[in-house]
Design a protein around this ligand. Structure first.
Ligand SMILES: Nc1ncnc2c1ncn2[C@@H]1O[C@H](COP(=O)(O)OP(=O)(O)O)[C@@H](O)[C@H]1O
Ligand SMILES: [Mg+2]
Length: 319
């Protein structure tokens, strides 16, 4: 059980394709009343962490007569080409979902984001791994010249091995209370994130990948609560956070689940292979990004010994 004191209400627009109510304190824009009243409601919600679409922001500005779109603080990735299609970087303090099939470069991209954060921008970072051990991760990243082990010693980087959470027994006792394995794994993960990010004052956090954790929940309502709890915990760190998940298109159930994650995150970036003629090209597409005018064109990217590079001016033609 999560947040038993939390009020629930059916949301008005965004919920139409989902079966269950949404958590009110998760800050969806309220659409109450009309005219100024309506705008004020939106502004008030915005101040308490609302999630906005670009259209809603523009509507807000034109109605309030304030003119230019307010600038949003950004977290540059430092990844060549990527910041260009993100108007400078990810919106600071938000939770971004990186979706991609195996081998598309999710672990590399998120690690490069952390490494650049520390080396270029002086921002500490934490990597929460749900499928790799620390030794394995350090070995793999060293191939790109990224020495996370040294940074860990200097308290600039934290590796949180959350992979044992996938192999918990059926029930876990906390004092006299017994709680289910899946709830325990989410709660432990949240606790681990909180403790470690505070310890090193992390400004960037990665959770890689969340897929298996979320798939513990066959029920949509429970799954949504689990994702929201994770997103909520990440938002509370104050850091700019990336979560990765495996690509959709593996059958209707998977597709549905991924849609739910995408819908609940503040931004979504998709990494995939596009077939052009007889060749496959790696492409990256920013599907949504709150508070950010984005380039939605799929852009080619490459992986090399230096990590990832995106080509923001090139296009891929797919028939
Ligand atoms: N030095 C390199 N040059 C080119 N490609 C590389 C290099 N190192 C790794 N790769 C590619 O990166 C991919 C693995 O990236 P990774 O981030 O682990 O993927 P994911 O986390 O999405 O499964 C593999 O497809 C591999 O071919
Ligand atoms: Mg990976």
């Amino acid at each position: 059980m999560f947040h038993p004191d939390c009020h629930r209400t059916p949301s008005m627009k965004l919920d139409s394709n989902l079966e269950s109510p949404i958590l009110l304190n998760r800050a969806l824009p309220l659409r109450l009343g009309r005219g100024n009243n309506r705008i004020q409601n939106k502004i008030r919600v915005e101040e308490s962490e609302a999630i906005y679409t670009m259209a809603e922001r523009y509507e807000l500005q034109s109605q309030s007569g304030k003119g230019k779109m307010p600038t949003v603080d950004r977290t540059p990735t430092g990844i060549p080409g990527l910041d260009e299609i993100l108007s400078g970087g990810f919106p600071r303090g938000r939770v971004i979902l990186l979706v991609g099939g195996p081998g598309t470069g999710k672990t590399i991209l998120t690690s490069q984001f952390l490494m650049n954060g520390i080396k270029i921008y002086g921002e500490n970072g934490a990597f929460v791994s749900l499928d790799e051990t620390k030794a394995h991760y350090y070995r793999e990243m060293a191939l790109f010249g990224w020495k996370f082990e040294e940074l860990e010693k200097g308290k600039k980087f934290a590796f949180i091995n959350a992979s044992p959470l996938r192999h918990m027994p059926g029930e876990v006792k906390i004092g006299r209370q017994s709680i289910g394995r899946k709830d325990f794994s989410i709660l432990s993960l949240i606790e681990g994130i909180k403790t470690h990010t505070e310890l090193i004052n992390a400004k960037r956090v990665v959770v890689d990948p969340v897929t298996s954790l979320i798939f513990q929940y066959p029920e949509m309502v429970e799954r949504r609560t689990a994702i929201l709890d994770l997103v909520d915990a990440l938002v509370k760190t104050g850091a700019t956070c990336l979560m990765t998940t495996e690509l959709r298109a593996m059958g209707p159930t998977v597709e549905r689940a991924i849609q739910l994650e995408e819908y609940l995150a503040h931004g979504v970036v998709i990494m995939s292979n596009a077939k052009v003629g007889k060749t496959y090209n790696r492409v990256l597409q920013v599907e949504k990004m709150r508070e950010t005018p984005i380039d939605m064109q799929p852009r080619p990217y490459k992986i090399s010994g230096n990590g990832i590079e995106v080509f923001p001016k090139e296009t891929i033609f797919v028939d």
